[in-house]
Design a protein around this ligand. Structure first.
Ligand SMILES: NC(=O)c1ccc[n+]([C@@H]2O[C@H](COP(=O)([O-])OP(=O)(O)OC[C@H]3O[C@@H](n4cnc5c(N)ncnc54)[C@H](O)[C@@H]3O)[C@@H](O)[C@H]2O)c1
Length: 390
């Protein structure tokens, strides 16, 4: 059995904690036949002076060494896989250093700040012959495997139209605090790389590549309060605000696109959609059928077939269940619901399987490059107020 030695970078953050858990937990569901993982190092820059953060890391990965400088784990010959859960602006620099050192790299989305950087990373990975993976997670929900099976089988005919959206409301309140996500130096493409990249990933998986698009990006709230200790779900009160941060990347985007296969798309995403705690939807229309997905019913697809008899036509619900191996790994019955953390477990199991078998699995850095091209095109199109060819 292959055991992959992993370093998780950004270990105290949301993704760092989920990934660390997933390496230790996935064999409970998928076994060790296709590899296992040992978290041997956790890298976290922000270790509190009182040592609580370090103690928490020790608890979460017993025996792992704790580092503050990511360069130290990249130099370590014992480490096979570098897992990047750092803020967006560090992805390119860290991934490049890791690839050049011959490491396998699993990088949270967005892969890089520009398509040029993403292209360079994909090229280095190919030259080095290492495994790469971008951490989009959501498409690993088996509901989307079912959608892909229906599309590939021809049940929808030729795809003519994709409508997609992803919305959250973390920045709906103008007093929601300034975080790295609103800083154009730390997250240069804002919501486009953050949330748009997830929708673009679905588009590639289910419909295909995009050839041109026109987009409008916009900032809804220009300045946000800078208050230490406030994060997701918080809002500052006027009296405690001494400093304001300038929002310097997009809060929201609307776009239209054309796919290489002739289908058309309409997409929007934002972080200011009041009341939308997490909305992720798509509708796919073809010449013979249609599919509708809504994350509010996370394991359910709605399917329409023109082949149904007159009088019996209509969208029908499909509950995705244990007929799919990645669902069966967790639950023996449909509609008990797989959630976000299970999607990450499936993804991490695939990353380790890829390394153990030498077979890359989608979405690799090649897809990361295509998605980065779409992000670039949105930024350029919005600046120029014009269609952009990818
Ligand atoms: N796939 C998904 O669904 C998904 C969901 C959330 C976030 N993300 C992505 O994951 C990445 C991390 O996001 P998050 O929400 O976990 O952020 P976070 O702010 O919760 O965590 C980032 C962590 O990195 C640490 N850090 C920052 N600079 C560092 C450095 N130089 N060296 C070591 N540690 C450093 C921070 O102290 C923090 O603990 C982002 O790129 C984000 O876009 C992906």
């Amino acid at each position: 059995m292959t055991t992959v030695n992993v370093a998780v970078l950004g270990a105290s953050g949301w993704m760092g904690r989920v990934h660390t858990m997933a390496y230790q937990t996935f064999p409970h569901f998928f076994g060790t036949g296709q590899g296992s993982a040992q978290v041997v190092a956790l890298v976290e820059a922000n270790l509190a002076a009182n040592g609580e953060a370090a103690k928490d890391l020790e608890f979460r990965a017993p025996g792992a060494r704790i580092e503050q400088d990511w360069r130290r784990v990249i130099r370590d010959p014992e480490i096979d896989l570098i897992d990047i859960c750092l803020p967006d602006n560090l992805h390119y620099e860290v991934a490049k250093a890791a690839l050049l050192a011959g490491k396998h790299v699993y990088c949270e989305k967005p892969l890089a700040d520009t398509a040029e950087q993403a292209r360079e990373l994909a090229d280095i990975a190919r030259e080095k012959g290492v495994i790469t993976r971008v951490g989009h997670a959501f498409p690993r929900n088996p509901a989307h495997d079912r959608a892909k099976e229906l599309i590939t089988s021809g049940a929808l005919g030729d795809i003519t139209m994709f409508k997609g959206c992803q919305h959250i409301d973390i920045y709906a309140d103008p007093m929601a605090p300034y975080m790295w996500r609103a800083d154009g130096d730390l997250a240069p493409t804002g919501i486009v790389g953050d949330t748009g990249s997830h929708v673009f990933c679905f588009m590639e998986f289910l419909v295909g590549r995009v050839s041109e698009l026109i987009a409008e990006n916009f900032i809804v709230t220009q300045q946000r309060p800078k208050v230490d200790g406030l994060g997701y779900g918080d809002a500052a009160s006027g009296s405690e605000v001494k400093e304001w941060g300038q929002v310097s990347n997009p809060d929201a985007t609307h776009l239209m696109c054309r796919f290489e296969n002739g289908a058309r798309g309409i997409v929007d995403f934002s972080r200011t959609a009041t009341g939308r705690k997490f909305q992720q939807c798509y509708e796919i229309y073809g010449t013979k059928g249609a599919l509708v997905y809504d994350y509010d019913q996370v394991n359910r697809l709605r399917f329409y077939s023109s082949a149904d008899a007159t009088g019996q036509q209509g969208f029908r619900d499909m509950d995705v269940g244990p007929e799919h191996p990645t669902f069966a790994a967790f639950l023996p019955l449909p509609n008990f619901a797989l959630g976000y953390n299970e999607m990450k477990l499936i993804e991490v199991a695939e990353v380790i399987k890829s390394i153990a078998t030498g077979q890359e699995m989608w979405p690799t850095f090649e897809s990361g490059h295509h998605i980065a091209q779409m992000v670039d095109a949105c930024m350029l199109s919005s600046d120029k107020r014009a269609w952009v060819t990818l």
